[in-house]
Design a protein around this ligand. Sequence first.
Ligand code: IPE
Ligand code: IPE
Ligand code: MG
Length: 238
Amino acid sequence: MKWFGKKTPPDLSGRLTHIAFIMDGNGRWAKHRGLPREAGHAAGAKNLRKILTACRDRNIHMVTVYAFSTENWRRPAHEVEEIMRLLSDYLDEILRDREKNRFRVRILGDLTPLSEELVWKIGDVEEQTAQYEGFTLNIALNYGGRQEILSAVNRLLASGVQEVDEATFSAALYTGGMPDPDLIVRTSGETRVSNFLLWQAAYAEYAFVKTPWPSFSVRELDAIIEDYLKRNRRYGGL
Ligand code: IPE
Ligand code: IPE
Ligand code: MG
């Protein structure tokens, strides 16, 4: 593997543990090619596999991808169905290849409106991959940062607690027990967070690139990581 022209990649451990992607621009990628939006989602799903492999090769331990937001239900039914179908196929593939790939999968989001079959499959994938340590893929599905915060609040209230601290609150989120994202990358030129990891991103670094997700390349990923490694994360200190 080549890394900025050098043979060996730098050791990222401790400096870049968790990277998150707002995989945006599938629709525009397709439109640009005269294809239906669904073709953009298929191309995006394919690119996810490639980027994921690159992240593992670079010794990143956790990748979180924004696959479907709580607001994405506003889209036409056939587009929503196609996204769910692609996701379901991907889960099948992960399950089938789990012994070869050996990574853990977690789904972050409110599963209640999803089909019974999909919910069942999610449970299966999470259970069957729970043993794999070292690399975790989190798929944010029907995920919204505000929804996540409110559901944590309601869960905590239902448990009868009177007061919570940061640690207790963090533990009640979908990401409970996970490290916060170090770096959040959004593709396709939009410079907003669109309700993604609102609590967890308190000290995340951001990178925004113009490339739509289906054409986002490993070379661009490397450039983002190189830039990230030069940043001084002060966390309010000096
Ligand atoms: C991101 O691509 C995928 C999802 C939101 C599910 P978009 O579908 O938002 O693509 P654009 O932003 O319309 O180009
Ligand atoms: C954010 O992209 C959600 C996902 C990538 C899944 P959107 O395309 O839904 O965000 P907006 O509408 O541009 O804010
Ligand atoms: Mg979009």
